[in-house]
Design a protein around this ligand. Structure first.
Ligand code: HSE
Length: 430
């Protein structure tokens, strides 16, 4: 059968492995697809930097490459432009796309899906969330007959490596970040990972698929891990918890039954017995809760050239099979169009640790602030010291806005010497 021509856009860690596997596994892939895949060209900015791929395939002219009778594109350039324009144009001309570009999907997904819809091309993006882990296809296809209520994920390996190391060693954030950089787990500019941008883009994609609603990166409440201290980690440990950066996508029901979507990324304490607590190092894991399926756990390598290339090639084989069969895969499903709930309205729980004066009436003053903001206290623990005491309070579930206001008001009390730790609590009943 006639070969399907593949254009590779970008040739970094993932692209290099895709090019290698396409060549080395060519015969096997052809047998699975029913036609050979021909790597027609690799578009890069600086060809001299890519001695490891066939030199005759390198080009700096991505547009020209995409005009050379291409059937399928693998896009691993990353970022918004030029990927956005190149992919939108190609999709509108009926060329199917496999992309690992989470930021592009989280910011401009709908315009790409519309271009694909109009021409009947495919757009697959398994590698955009949690690297090698088959996750988007199970959500989009295997669970398409079920009702997903919540997706809770550790979707950023860099931050999981840092938080796991802080938990193991008791070291502070800055020194652990430096160590992660030395070991190659953190980039020279770690902001995308440690400030939660990477996880927020992935949360937007997960929420869109799980709840059939357009959720963009701007809809995701985002907090990173740079404020997590060794005191927070120690406080979590005292309570049988550990701290993880979580991407949470949730179907929320209001008082009158109306549904919204909440998508948020923040560090949170989870019980050490929770399925996500044991996910250490740079691994990713995603916990999906659905009506009929119950709880499902997806675990594996969320980054790295070879693991991510596995997800890219899986999509490429699927898109190639569709092309041969004359059909296409699942389209964007945004029919539910649920409202995205602002963080202030979202019910959550806080763990608050305070240094307070150890004198009569302090607990009453602190408790009165909670009562005034209609925040119910679940656990109080006090440990006396010489002149002051450490007070730990875990709340029941309350709107985040009320919890924030409570913490601000408590910090202003004369009897409170310091608010030493404030962190959300997830993964246990309210
Ligand atoms: N930098 C990401 C991580 C991998 O640390 O998990 C790519 O999204």
């Amino acid at each position: 059968m006639k070969a399907l021509r593949v254009a590779l856009l970008g040739c970094g860690t993932v692209g290099t492995e895709v090019a290698r596997l396409l060549t080395e596994e060519g015969a096997e892939l052809a047998a699975r697809i029913g036609a050979p895949l021909e790597l027609a060209g690799i578009a890069v900015r600086r060809p001299a930097r890519h001695p490891e791929v066939p030199q005759d395939l390198l080009t700096t002219d991505a547009e020209g490459l995409l005009r050379s009778d291409i059937d399928l594109i693998v896009e691993v350039i990353g970022g918004i432009e030029p990927a956005r324009t190149l992919l939108r144009d190609a999709l509108s001309r009926g060329i199917s796309v496999v992309t690992a570009n989470k930021n592009l999907l989280a910011e401009c997904g709908p315009e790409l899906y519309e271009a694909a819809d109009e021409s009947g091309a495919d757009i697959y993006f398994e590698a955009a969330v949690a690297g090698a882990i088959p996750l988007l296809r199970p959500i989009r296809e295997s669970l398409s007959g079920d009702r997903i209520n919540r997706v809770t994920g550790i979707v950023n390996g860099t931050t999981n490596f840092i938080l796991s190391a802080m938990d193991e060693t008791g070291a502070g954030y800055t020194e652990t970040l430096e160590e992660a950089g030395r070991l190659g787990y953190a980039e020279a500019d770690p902001s995308s990972d440690v400030d939660g941008f990477d996880a927020a883009a992935k949360a937007a994609i997960l929420a869109s698929l799980a709840f059939h609603t357009r959720v963009g990166a701007h809809d995701v409440h985002r907090e990173g891990i740079s404020e997590v201290s060794s005191a927070d980690i120690a406080a979590a440990r005292e309570l049988g918890r550990t701290v993880k950066l979580l991407a949470i996508c949730e179907r929320v029901r209001g008082e009158s039954g109306e549904e919204s979507v909440s998508a948020r990324v923040y560090p949170a304490m989870i019980p050490r017995s929770h399925q996500l607590a044991g996910v250490g190092g740079a691994f990713n894991a995603v916990y999906v809760e659905a009506d009929a399926a119950g709880s499902l756990m997806f675990f594996g390598q969320g980054a790295g050239g070879v693991p991510t290339a596995s997800a890219v090639l899986g999509d490429l084989v699927t898109a190639a099979r569709n092309r041969i069969a004359g059909g296409f895969g699942p389209r964007e499903s945004a029919h539910a169009a649920l409202r995205v709930q602002p963080m202030g309205e979202t019910p959550t729980r806080y763990h608050i640790s305070l240094d307070v004066a150890d004198v009569a009436g302090v607990l009453e003053q602190v408790a009165a602030v909670f009562a005034k903001h209609e925040v119910s206290i679940a656990v109080v623990r006090q440990e006396g010291r010489t002149a002051d005491a450490n007070l730990v309070i875990v709340t029941h579930s309350a709107p985040d806005r009320a919890l924030r206001a409570t913490v601000d008001a408590i910090a202003g009390l004369d009897v409170v010497h310091a608010v030493t730790s404030v962190m959300r609590v997830e993964g246990e009943s309210t």
